[in-house]
Design a protein around this ligand. Structure first.
Ligand SMILES: Nc1nc2c(c(=O)[nH]1)N[C@H]1C(S)=C(S)[C@@H](COP(=O)(O)OP(=O)(O)OC[C@H]3O[C@@H](n4cnc5c(=O)[nH]c(N)nc54)[C@H](O)[C@@H]3O)O[C@H]1N2
Ligand SMILES: Nc1nc2c(c(=O)[nH]1)N[C@H]1C(S)=C(S)[C@@H](COP(=O)(O)OP(=O)(O)OC[C@H]3O[C@@H](n4cnc5c(=O)[nH]c(N)nc54)[C@H](O)[C@@H]3O)O[C@H]1N2
Ligand code: SF4
Ligand SMILES: [Mo]
Length: 698
């Protein structure tokens, strides 16, 4: 049932499937022994031959000696990590038995198919979702990544698309707001460099620490985490006060009113300085630079929205190009994500072309609370009795990870994990099944950072007994007697069907052409023909009630929403647990080169000031904690962070921390406003030198 592999060696086109805005076009070398060799950038006008270092070294991941190759069954107590091989047939029988028992005893909603974006491939991601819909299992509110940012963007702009990133070539000012593209979007930086070389474009970075992106910037605004709404309001205040607003544009394309103007008049640089920690001069200088440049490209990241007020912050930031009218210029406007460009009809793909049972929706970020029986997290429904997990590693990446682990250790919970490696989550499972990697299966990919819909065929045969998501779930559906024609198509035919349903060219054509550019014309991309609301206007005063259930606290105007985890005497630091350059979320933590690139162990970045008063030296063990628990890791003393902010880069496996407890043990699962969303960078903590710990050099 696995997708047809190619037989010959040589070079083959591919698409990077990882959860990254770039969805790079790739060129994969297949060696004489039928394995992946070198990986280079493929031809495609946005990614333009550039790939990140970790994917250039993909052979190390694909041909890794620790890759899962056979189905495994737990052979010791839960979580101990002892497994024994079983056949696929026996493994499938055990999974069917585990799921049936849960359904019979507690109803179909007691099964939680838990999935995220380990592969972004539309077909390979869809199978588990489809099975869940048809079987009446619990659904999932997807809150790991985009819930907060989407809410804020939709509030003002009304639709999730923006300016084509290739227009950066025409930009005179680029603002990377709350993102670190040197790590997370290398292709974007490539376009920034082009604009700088060609026209001397300036780069502004808004980030709470001096990232490598900030180091490259002409101006770095090092604000306190969770205060972006205040900065954006003060910038608008200056633009309006100093004649830098485009009043004609505001009148024609937005709901701007005297009430909005009066509100912003009360949100000046002095007010914002007190909240953000920036100086009045810095704020005003940025506002003047932004307001005096027509072709200003605002790249709104996800990073600054991983705060409980992240949606309000995104809305406030997204107001800036509406005030200056930058949307009207080539190379001007804003981009957050392009998901709405593709116009794909996914009803058949998801099994929603027919009536399906209704089911509760569980917040994936609150998995710890749900598994440990918290009524609210279970939506007052049955306990979770069985889980099927694909494309995600919640034991590391979900908030309150110590609670997550406790939940997984429940004796009355059946867990099957389909994975490429023995992740922390797989280690807690009853059955672990080996999954293919992208060069071993067919799929279709859209992107959030560019405008291409791309397809790729398998380049090599699946190693060992690995099966693709689509193949495994198809077999499981057959055994559970869940019927849908999508389960009987191979991945390429299903991709074809999805494309056909959406009025696009077929899969073979997509693969052959190197992708379909779905970029709309200039007028549409820049919303000159209207924003995504019924009246076509950008909204300074959003209808938050249409966006999320918890809207009562949302501010009526762009604003700073004071709902973050504030510092206190007991908890004097704010912790940002940021992405790492050489990992992709929890992926690539298994390769030696990525670990070496990240310094071999997790570290907390601490400013020299507090380090001195705590007696904490470079390379010393430190302890970070709050009411949720504490973690131990080594300190790096650096002025790249301000005194009140701590940064830990990377979703390292829990075992890489001194006590085996990872950084997400400190991150809370309380949902952000108004539509949920994990606030990964919104954590107040204390810090101490760990006097008992060993001292090792950096
Ligand atoms: N502290 C902290 N935590 C965070 C974040 C943060 O910034 N800080 N970021 C959050 C964000 S934005 C996200 S999106 C999440 C992501 O966190 P995860 O969902 O864990 O993300 P990944 O590491 O991309 O992928 C998870 C797993 O999918 C597997 N996988 C890949 N391809 C396939 C496949 O084809 N089939 C199967 N069965 N498995 C596959 C990989 O081996 C990997 O173990 O983490 C969140 N957690
Ligand atoms: N190398 C690498 N690439 C990745 C990932 C990875 O883990 N590693 N993860 C992938 C995933 S799942 C995603 S969603 C994307 C995300 O990519 P982007 O949308 O580009 O956002 P990030 O780079 O995650 O943003 C991280 C930055 O946000 C900053 N930040 C944190 N809090 C605040 C705040 O309150 N205000 C401001 N202004 N900044 C803040 C952090 O300090 C950090 O530098 O990247 C993807 N690409
Ligand atoms: S991880 Fe991102 S930057 Fe790296 S190759 Fe994949 S899509 Fe491109
Ligand atoms: Mo993400």
């Amino acid at each position: 049932m696995n997708d047809r592999p190619r037989a010959d060696s040589g070079f083959f086109p591919g698409v990077c499937p990882h959860d990254c805005p770039s969805a790079c076009a790739l060129c994969l070398e297949v060696t004489g022994d039928g394995r992946i060799g070198r990986v280079r950038g493929g031809r495609q006008s946005y990614t333009d031959g550039v790939v990140c270092a970790k994917v250039a070294r993909y052979a190390e991941r694909a041909n890794h000696p620790d890759r899962l190759m056979r189905p495994l069954r737990r052979a010791g107590p839960k979580g101990e990590g002892r497994f024994e091989p079983v056949s696929w047939d026996d493994a499938l029988d055990i999974v069917v038995d585990g799921l049936r028992r849960a359904m019979q005893e507690f109803g179909p909603e007691s099964v939680w198919p838990y999935h995220y974006a380990g592969t972004m491939g539309l077909v390979q991601r869809a199978a588990l979702r489809r099975l869940g819909h048809l079987a009446g299992w619990s659904r999932q509110h997807e809150t790991f990544c985009v819930a907060l940012a989407d809410a804020g963007w939709l509030a003002g702009v009304g639709v999730k698309r923006g300016v084509d990133a290739r227009e950066l070539a025409d930009s005179d000012l680029i603002v990377a707001w709350g993102c670190n593209p040197v790590y997370t979007q290398i292709n974007f930086m490539h376009w920034v460099q082009k604009a700088r070389r060609a026209r001397g474009a300036r780069l502004v970075v808004v980030d709470p620490y001096r990232t490598p992106s900030a180091e490259k910037a002409d101006l770095h605004l090092m604000l306190k985490p969770g205060t972006d709404g205040a900065l954006a309001c003060a910038v608008m205040h200056v633009l309006l006060a100093e004649g830098l607003a485009d009043r004609a544009y505001l009148a024609c394309h937005t709901d701007f009113s005297p009430a909005v103007e009066a509100h912003l008049a009360s949100r000046g640089p002095r007010w914002a300085a007190a909240i953000t920690g920036l100086s009045v001069e810095e704020i005003a200088a940025f506002a003047r630079l932004y307001g005096s440049t027509r072709a200003s490209f605002l790249r709104a990241g996800h990073g600054f929205t991983r705060q409980r007020n992240g949606a309000a912050a995104m809305h406030a930031v997204s107001c800036l190009p509406a005030v200056t009218g930058a949307w009207q210029a080539r190379g001007g406007g804003a981009l957050y994500g392009q998901a709405a460009l593709y116009g794909l009809d996914r009803r058949f793909l998801y099994g929603l072309d027919q009536p399906v049972p209704t089911a509760r929706s569980l917040d994936m970020a609150a998995i710890g609370r749900a598994l440990t029986g918290e009524k609210a997290a279970l939506r007052d429904g049955p306990k979770v009795a069985a889980m099927l997990i694909q494309n995600t590693n919640p034991a590391v990446v979900a908030p309150e990870s110590a609670v997550v682990r406790r939940g997984f250790l429940r004796e009355d919970l059946f867990v099957c994990v389909h994975e490429q490696f023995m992740t922390d989550t797989a280690r807690l499972a009853d059955i672990v099944l080996p999954a293919t990697m992208f060069p071993e299966h067919d799929d279709l990919y859209q992107a959030s950072g560019h405008t291409f819909l791309q397809g790729a065929r398998a380049a090599v045969a699946p190693p060992g007994e690995c099966r693709s998501n689509h193949a495994f779930i198809g077999e499981l559906a057959a055994r559970l007697r869940v019927e849908h024609p999508a389960f009987r198509l191979d991945a390429a035919s299903l991709a074809d069907r999805l494309l056909h349903d959406s009025g696009k060219p077929g899969f073979a054509e997509l693969v052959r052409s190197g992708g379909l550019d779905c970029a709309p014309p200039f007028e549409k991309a820049h919303f000159l023909d209207g924003f995504g609301h019924a009246d076509g206007r950008f909204r300074f005063m959003p209808d938050w009630s249409a966006i999320g259930a918890n809207h009562a606290v949302m501010p009526p105007f762009p604003d700073h929403l004071a709902v973050i985890e504030e510092v206190s005497e007991d908890m004097p630091f704010r912790l940002v647990s940021a992405p790492a350059r050489h990992f992709l979320n929890s992926s690539f933590t298994e390769t030696a080169s990525s670990r070496a690139g990240q310094g071999k162990r997790p570290t907390v970045l601490v400013h020299p000031g507090p380090a001195k008063s705590l007696g904490l030296g470079d390379g010393d063990l430190a302890r970070l904690g709050n009411r949720r628990g504490s973690v131990r890791l080594h300190a790096r003393i650096t002025d790249r962070v301000p005194p009140e902010t701590l940064v830990v880069e990377g979703q390292w496996p829990n075992a890489c921390f001194v006590d085996g407890i990872g950084i997400n043990a400190l991150v809370g699962a309380e949902p952000g406003y108004p539509n949920g969303g994990a606030a990964y960078h919104d954590t107040a903590v204390w810090l101490s030198a760990d006097a008992d710990g060993e001292k090792t050099g950096p």
